[in-house]
Each structure stands twice: as structure tokens, then as C-alpha cells.
Design a protein around this ligand. Structure first.
Ligand code: AMP
Ligand code: MG
Length: 425
């Protein structure tokens, strides 16, 4: 059993994990299925937008020179010779004194150089002809959306590494990306260990608890964009756990186990890593919860040994597994987004190590606040459901008070580039 455990700093642990990061391959998927996927290639404009000079409103396409003498005292009248809708093209070229009725999005008719909106005109029927009365002067270019004014062919509009969101999807469609180049998802295996674990459909029995970690972790895996592969739960039996871990590793990109990584009599993961011949990157991190988080590498694949304590397991995933997945997917913001805000209530506990507190973030009058939720113990599961942030309290501190400025990691943020780093050496 491993007893020599020297805690390493959080950022060192994250960096050790990310030494084994790699980017996944590209795959092309239908645009309809591309939501939340990460682009592997930039979106480039393959044509100008607008692709032609067009009318941005419903009105009349005119020759500006015909309107030079127009005023409210002396309106001018132009003969309306045709109507063009969006998608249509004018058949005629207006001559002096003529105009074309035009709808939003239609191509500017040849010979016209300004648009007069309906609201500024009056239509008149006379002798079976239609005339439009205009009481203001227009100059060439008035109210025209010019070709390429929004985007030029060849422009990079969205960089690789961005997630497909509604606005990004609109661009994919605009430029004909019926197939979208995205990062292939890694497969993350999950095993829950513990003789005490019951399945979700099982009745509670004395001494037993329901396995919540594997559900929580598969959900975290999905949320960060990977494919979970849940192998089931294992009783604390060395040989069975060893075989299971060894076999599972062959079928996934990364394997997560929960539980069995501490120093108890039935915590077999450290011995399993040893028998496997895996290279243990660290087996103790200077943090609460999750100090026993252990990560090992075997043939280039990572084995994340997360604590069985639900809160510790959750934090371990977010700090260590999430960035690995995000990098695999090509994200430029693999870490939890870090902001600063005000603590909303006292947190009197001393912090020998850096502490991550499940919290609820709010924005009030433009200011960020975070309020710790529920019991702050690593075995607690209920607080997780009500938190959307982790308040980070530095190690070596004696507690914090309401109003103190603290670092906050956002669980639902857009991701960040920086790793949390302790200030003290
Ligand atoms: P361990 O890390 O195996 O020492 O487990 C630490 C604590 O977490 C114990 O109280 C376990 O019963 C609990 N635990 C372990 N695995 C799970 C799980 N999959 N779901 C919920 N609680 C768990
Ligand atoms: Mg256990």
C-alpha cells in the first residue's frame, strides 16, 4: 500500500496531467448535429455578404438625380414601372422619371442608385399608371446594402476551437457548410468502486448507499463534450478490480475510477497502478476536497483515480479531467472560467490547503457574488445540485468573511485559459 504521499500543488498536478494532453482527429458531421461541438477548422467566407448590392427596406429604387429638386413644398413624381421582390430580378432599366417598387433583400435594379422607403412616399394612380411622389432629395448610395459591406470573400469569421452556438451555426449555413469540421469526441470510461454501492433501482440496505458518482461523472463527461462509457461498479476485490481496469483501459481514451484511492484497507487502486506498471503522476494534491486524487499514465493513456466522496470526485473531474477533454476537442479555453467576486456569507473554517467550496454565483447590480451552499464536507452530495461555481480559498488562511473578495471558478462558464495558481510558495 502507498503510504508515502507528498501533496503537490494544484497547478502542478494540472500541468502534470496536461503533459499527456493531445488533440483529437477531425471529423465531418451534418450541420444539424453540430450544436455544442468544437470547430476544428475556421469558418471562412466563400463569398461576399451581401453577395450583391441590395435593398435593406421595402420602398422604391430610384435614380438619385431624379430627386434633386424634390422638397415637401415641391414633391416630384416618378412613374413606377415594375415591382421586384426578394429573390427576383428587375426586367427593365428605369429611365429618367421612372422608379421600381422594391422589397427588402431584392437586388438593386440596374440604373438605380438609391432606395426611398415606403414611409416617405405617396402612391398615386393616374390614367392606369402608378406614380410615386417623393418630397425629399436622395443622393447616390442612400439606403443601399452594398456587396461585401458585411464580409468579404476569404475573411475568417470564426476561429477553430470555438463551440457551435446559434450564431456560429447561422454562419455555417450562410457559407454552405452542410458538413461541419469538428473534433472527434474522446471516449471516457468510468468504473465506480466500492462494496457498499447499490444500483439506482435497488432498495437501500443497512451499510449500503446508492452509487451516485458514476451518474454524476457520466453527466460531467457529456457536459464537457466527450462520450462516457460506463463499465459498471466493482466490489472492493483486488483481482477483480485489476482485471476490470486493465481491460477497460484498452477500450477507452481515458479511464476514470471513483473510490478506492485512499489509504484504507480496501483501497486497491494504488496497488492496481503498481501492478499494471503505470506511471503515477501524483497521488496527493494540496486541496480540499479531493486531496487523494491520483492520476497515473499507462502507455500514454491516463487513469484518473478520483475520490469516492462525491464532492471530491466532482471537483477532481472539473480540475483535472475537464481540461484534458477540452484540449482533445481543440478548445482554446480548457479550464474553468475564473472570475473574482464578493463572498456573500462568512466562511469561518481555516484552510490548511486550498479549498474549493460549492457555491452559487449571482450577479447583482453588475457585481459578482458567490454564496457557499450546503455542508462543506467532501462526502456531501446534496450541495452539488445547487452550485454553479466553486469558490477558491487559498491554503494557509484562517477563514473568510462576508464581503471578502474571492476567486470563483464558474462551472457553467465559457471556459478559461488560466490555471488556478496558489500565490504562496
Ligand atoms: P472511498 O474513496 O472509496 O474511500 O470512498 C469515500 C466515500 O465515498 C465513502 O463514504 C463511500 O461510501 C463514498 N462513495 C464511494 N463511491 C461512491 C459512489 N460511486 N457514489 C457515492 N458515494 C460513493
Ligand atoms: Mg471505497
Amino acid at each position: 500500500m502507498l503510504t508515502d504521499r507528498k501533496p503537490i500543488k494544484i497547478h502542478e498536478a494540472i500541468e502534470a496531467v496536461l503533459k499527456f494532453s493531445k488533440e483529437g482527429e477531425i471529423e465531418y458531421i451534418p450541420i444539424e448535429e453540430s450544436d455544442n461541438r468544437i470547430l476544428k477548422a475556421p469558418i471562412k467566407a466563400d463569398h461576399d455578404i451581401p453577395p450583391f448590392d441590395r435593398s435593406p427596406l421595402d420602398g422604391f429604387a430610384v435614380r438619385a438625380e431624379d430627386t434633386v429638386s424634390a422638397s415637401s413644398a415641391n414633391p416630384i413624381e416618378l412613374e413606377v414601372i415594375e415591382t421586384v421582390g426578394a429573390g427576383g430580378l428587375a426586367n427593365s432599366i428605369p429611365q429618367k422619371g421612372q422608379a421600381i417598387r422594391i422589397m427588402t433583400g431584392a437586388k438593386m435594379p440596374e440604373g438605380t442608385d438609391a432606395i426611398v422607403m415606403f414611409e416617405l412616399t405617396k402612391e398615386i394612380e393616374r390614367n392606369g399608371k402608378t406614380f410615386v411622389s417623393i418630397s425629399r432629395k436622395f443622393i447616390p448610395g442612400d439606403n443601399i446594402s452594398f456587396q461585401g459591406e458585411e464580409t468579404r470573400s476569404g475573411d475568417v469569421l470564426v476561429e477553430a476551437g470555438r463551440q457551435v452556438e446559434p450564431g456560429v451555426k447561422a454562419l455555417l449555413a450562410t457559407f454552405g457548410y452542410s458538413k461541419v469540421p469538428v473534433a472527434k469526441k474522446p471516449t471516457i470510461g468510468v468504473y465506480a468502486t466500492g462494496t457498499e454501492l447499490l444500483d439506482v433501482h435497488e432498495e437501500l440496505k443497512p451499510g449500503k448507499i446508492r452509487n451516485s458518482n458514476s451518474y454524476m461523472i457520466t453527466s460531467q463527461i457529456i457536459k464537457t463534450g466527450a462520450i462516457p462509457r460506463y463499465f459498471g461498479k466493482l466490489v472492493d476485490d483486488f483481482d477483480r478490480c485489476f482485471e476490470a481496469v486493465k481491460n477497460a483501459l484498452e477500450e477507452v481514451d481515458v479511464l476514470i475510477t471513483t473510490g478506492g484511492v485512499s489509504v484504507g484497507d480496501f483501497d486497491y487502486l494504488p496497488a492496481i497502478y503498481e501492478k499494471l506498471g503505470a506511471n503515477v503522476l501524483f497521488n496527493k494534491v494540496g486541496m480540499r476536497p479531493g486531496s487523494v486524487t491520483t492520476v497515473a499514465e499507462y502507455n500514454g493513456k491516463l487513469l484518473f483515480g478520483l475520490s469516492g466522496n462525491p464532492s471530491a470526485c466532482f471537483v477532481g473531474f472539473e480540475l483535472f479531467v475537464r481540461p484534458w477533454v477540452q484540449i482533445f476537442l481543440g478548445s482554446k479555453k480548457p479550464h474553468l472560467q475564473m472570475v473574482h467576486g464578493e463572498l456573500k456569507s462568512d466562511f469561518p473554517k481555516a484552510n490548511p490547503f486550498v479549498r474549493f467550496i460549492r457555491s452559487k454565483m449571482t450577479i447583482e447590480s453588475g457585481k459578482v457574488f458567490a454564496e457557499p451552499v450546503g455542508l462543506d464536507k467532501s462526502g456531501v452530495v446534496t450541495s452539488l445540485a445547487n452550485s454553479d461555481a466553486l469558490v477558491v480559498l487559498p491554503g494557509g488562511t484562517r477563514g473568510f468573511q462576508k464581503g471578502d473578495t474571492v476567486t470563483i471558478l464558474l462551472l457553467n462558464g465559457e471556459g478559461g485559459t488560466a490555471i488556478y495558481k496558489e500565490k504562496r510558495s
